[in-house]
Design a protein around this ligand. Structure first.
Ligand code: GAL
Length: 537
């Protein structure tokens, strides 16, 4: 279980939930342009989405009722600065201030993300992330954020998922601004983005009206070990922080983005592998990028198996047939969550917040008017349980933000993926609390006490007894007790025993093949809770 200080929250982003208003004074973002170009599933757009900008009072009241303690949301840069720099849109400031005040009235701590992909179109036309001036543009925006919101809010996150901004936005082009740039240009973008992060940290601190805490929220699939052997764990760690992707997919890695920010240097292996594509990287750049931070965020959804191959090098392993998956076909990998948390907290010297985790389900309103999203409960139960395992082992993890509160605009997928714990009818804006939200309410209320990992297991353990033979034995153990043992000299039966003379073996359960003494030693905390049955047949 988690302690009382553990932060239980939900996460969202401005563009995905807010919607628009003809009088809102906002500027366009690259996502508006992208949707107008028909690049989204069924030509959908986010001009209304969940219309959160007109429903936030009710939405926060609902959060409060569900016991949610923290809300990670983003500000739309172009709503605040319609041209990206310069003129401030006071209506946006008023709206966000009221949103934050309403959250606080409802006992919800705000965590503000400055950039969750809402890049101003006006700045895109000046070259966007490829133009080095973006460092100053983002810095100016951070100053406006600090001046207007830091009196109300203590927690800030600069950038969400740089991997996606660079890779999906500028390399594969499946996200706005939908560009397919050259590989050197994408490295330039990544470097500019990291410098912009650093400049934002400086300006947030410089203009803050109280002591604030700042973090960064990258992402990446977790390479996790196929077995728990020391060799496989090492192989997985090597891949997780290494560079095993082809160049047309290079942005999917952790260390290129996190090492400079948290450790102050690009990883050596990457510098070597990418050397022909890199822009000029100076000492001053590295100092700018490496600003002191208060926490690291990480969005974790899933992972992939790695083990040590016969040649001692890491090798990728296919998932088993029938491996569980979410509605958008992402694998369900709670173990990857555990290992991701372990690996990150071992490598980087900062407390960790899971800034996003969750799943899309085929949610549907049932005949009784409710949404029974059992798959999501199963998913979250196993993931949060895995997080608890890392937490119990001492990983410095301080909070968990479930993605997401309301079903919303899932980027290029439009509305076809439902990630929310609240169902949204996009035609009427009606909200329906899904079963998972009530379940999460209970997680929060008990600090994880209701997780399966903390329950008495219902599993029945079948044990194979140890029977001994002796010259003066007989056949009664077989005849009266039906133990399937050969011989007419049966003497003793150790039925439920972890004694060295008769250490029984488990069968037909998740611990098949394990001796009872091992189970007792390794998983003692649970062992009182099982029902045990001695096998008779
Ligand atoms: C993240 C992203 C979110 C949300 C989520 C689910 O990558 O930060 O905005 O879309 O994935 O796909």
């Amino acid at each position: 279980m988690f302690d009382d200080k553990f932060v239980w929250g939900v996460a969202s982003s401005a563009y995905q939930v807010e919607g628009t208003d003809p009088d809102d004074g906002r500027g366009k973002t690259v996502w508006d342009t992208f949707t107008e170009q028909g690049r989204i599933f069924q030509n959908q757009n986010a001009y209304t989405s969940c219309d959160h900008m007109h429903h936030y009072k009710d939405d926060y009241a609902l959060m409060k009722n569900l016991g949610i303690k923290a809300y990670r949301f983003s500000l739309n840069w172009a709503r605040i600065l319609p041209e990206g720099t310069g003129r401030v849109n006071e209506k946006a400031i008023a709206m966000y201030r009221d949103m934050i005040l309403t959250m606080k009235e409802n006992g919800i701590t705000p965590y503000i993300t400055l950039f969750h992909w809402e890049f101003p179109q006006a700045l895109q036309e000046k070259g966007g992330w490829l133009n080095e001036e973006v460092v100053d543009w983002f810095g100016e925006y951070a100053k406006v954020v600090a001046e207007n919101f830091s009196d109300l809010c203590e927690y800030f996150i600069t950038i969400n998922e740089p991997q996606c901004v660079v890779g999906l936005g500028h390399l594969s082009g499946v996200h706005a601004p939908g560009l397919k740039l050259s590989i050197p240009e994408t490295f330039q973008i990544a470097h500019n983005l990291l410098k912009a992060h650093g400049q934002a940290v400086i300006n947030l601190r410089k203009y803050a009206k109280q002591k604030i805490r700042i973090g960064f929220a990258p992402t990446g699939g977790v390479a996790y070990p196929y077995t728990d052997s020391a060799e496989d764990i090492e192989a997985a760690r090597k891949v997780y922080f290494g560079f095993y992707n082809p160049m047309d997919n290079w942005t999917w890695n952790i260390s290129w983005f996190s090492d400079p920010v948290f450790l102050g240097h690009y990883p050596k292996e990457g510098l070597e592998k990418f050397k022909e594509y890199l822009p000029e990287i100076t000492e001053t750049d590295m100092q700018l990028i490496h600003q002191p931070l208060d926490f690291m965020g990480q969005n974790i959804y899933n992972g992939y198996y790695v083990r040590q191959g016969a040649d001692g090098e890491p090798e990728f392993v296919d998932r088993e047939p029938g491996f569980p998956k979410t509605a958008c076909n992402w694998p369900v990998t709670p173990k990857a969550f555990y290992y991701g948390i372990k690996f990150l907290t071992e490598r980087y010297p900062l407390p960790l917040y899971i800034t996003e985790n969750g799943m899309s389900c085929h949610d549907n309103v049932s005949f009784d008017g409710r949404v029974h999203d059992n798959d999501r409960i199963t998913f979250l139960d196993s993931y949060i349980g895995a997080m608890q395992r890392a937490y119990d082992e001492g990983a410095d993890i301080r909070g968990y933000f479930l993605w997401t509160f309301l079903d919303n605009f899932e980027w290029s997928e439009g509305y076809r993926e439902r990630f929310g714990m609240i169902y949204v009818d996009f035609m009427t804006q009606r909200r329906i609390v899904k079963d998972s939200a009530f379940w999460y309410q209970n997680v929060i209320g008990t600090n994880g006490g209701n997780l399966s990992t903390n329950q008495t297991t219902k599993e029945i353990l079948f044990l194979d007894p140890v029977c001994t033979h002796n010259i003066w034995g007989g056949t009664r153990l077989r005849e009266d007790f039906h133990y399937p043992v050969e011989g007419d000299d049966l003497w003793e039966c150790w039925g439920i025993s972890a004694h060295p003379n008769g250490d029984v073996t488990l069968r037909d359960c998740g611990f098949r093949g394990m001796k009872l003494s091992e189970l007792w030693k390794n998983i003692r905390k649970f062992s009182e809770m099982w029902t045990v049955t001695v096998s008779h047949s």
